[in-house]
Design a protein around this ligand. Structure first.
Ligand code: FAD
Length: 307
């Protein structure tokens, strides 16, 4: 029950102010977010690269309300791309973007988001890296996949995220399982209504396996975005069944979550990519991480009352 409440709170400005001002919040945010500044992020990238991991970097931001913020977010990604290229880290790092941070929800937002993300994808390609479009709530999926299709015509390495909780996703997996396609499969982190998404966790897991089968059997590059040990084991089994070598798919996990598993998969020779968020706009990301695991929320509430 707590999950949907937290996910609703993730979009509330008044709760944002309360949570952000609580002194106990910071140490918990630090568990999931690599820092507020670019330097903090680069330090985290270097440390993970030294341990044999790849990363995908998210400059935090979403649900913006005017075009100037979209331009600021675009510029932050351009600065990030420059920094990756000049520090020699581009070979280990790609970038994840949320199109809502590029203006997708504004009037005329589809075009605003495309115009802002295009220079980032161009710069990333010039720096020798790629961009993956994160997936947000179900109302954005058509627009995000249409932008993906446009970008892939010129930049075929651009990746997408598909969420197994949505009923439509098996069909989207078939569409995106072709040659050169890069798809991160996740379970889904938003509060979705019953007419578009499975509500039962067991159904979401079963759908994840069905989607994984489609992607592993296809010709694209599956990116297994899950911390669930059963999904990891099933991905390994399916990769073997469809004759994929270890460099023909990868695992992805979030910064700060099940880090022992990151190390274990690297030690087994797998490609492991850690999703690193950084920046000041951490609230929505942080609340989704609390919502995923009641124990996180219990810990957070206990720290509030025991101070
Ligand atoms: P679960 O069954 O939720 O978790 C399995 C186990 O992982 C849990 O038992 C627990 O041990 C651990 N775990 C999971 N979450 C947490 C947590 N928050 N804190 C502590 N432990 C935890 N969702 C989107 O909707 N759009 C995206 O673009 C997107 N990108 C993602 C990128 C990556 C690399 C990853 C890994 C996830 C992304 N997600 C995204 C989030 C995803 O949809 C899930 O909400 C999240 O990964 C939890 O699902 P799970 O597969 O790990 O399985």
């Amino acid at each position: 029950m707590l999950g949907p409440v937290l996910l609703a709170a993730a979009r509330s400005d008044s709760i944002r102010r309360l949570v952000s001002a609580a002194p106990v919040t910071r140490p918990m945010v630090d568990r999931f977010v690599a820092g507020e500044q670019l330097d903090h992020c680069l330090r985290a990238v270097r440390s993970l690269a030294d341990r044999g991991m790849e990363v995908t970097i998210d400059h935090l931001g979403e649900d913006i309300t005017d075009r100037s913020e979209a331009v600021r977010n675009r510029d932050a990604y351009l600065a990030l791309t420059d920094a990756l290229a000049s520090s020699g880290l581009a070979e280990h790092a790609e970038m994840s973007v949320k199109l809502s941070a590029f203006g997708q929800a504004l009037p005329g937002g589809h075009d605003v988001a495309y115009d802002n993300v295009l220079p980032v994808v161009e710069a990333a390609t010039a720096a020798g890296t790629t961009v993956t479009l994160d997936m947000e709530d179900h109302t954005t999926v058509d627009s995000t996949l249409a932008i993906l299709a446009d970008l892939r015509r010129r930049f075929p390495g651009t990746g997408a995220v598909l969420q197994s909780y949505l009923f439509r996703t098996e069909e989207d997996c078939h569409t995106l399982a072709g040659e050169g396609s890069r798809v991160r499969l996740v379970k889904g982190a938003y509060n979705e209504p019953a007419h578009v998404a499975h509500q039962d966790k067991h159904e979401v897991d079963k759908a994840y396996v069905r989607c994984l089968k489609i992607l592993m059997a296809g010709k694209g590059y599956p990116m297994v975005g899950s911390h669930d040990p059963r999904m990891v084991a099933i991905a390994q089994e399916l990769a073997g069944r469809y004759g994929r070598k270890q460099d023909e798919y990868e695992f992805q996990m979030l910064y700060g979550i099940r880090t022992g598993e990151h190390e274990r998969l690297v030690a087994e020779g797998h490609r492991m990519r850690v999703y690193i968020p950084y920046g000041t706009d951490w609230y929505g990301y942080f609340m989704r991480r609390l919502a995923e695991r009641p124990a996180n929320m219990a810990f957070f509430l206990r720290s509030l009352v025991t101070r």
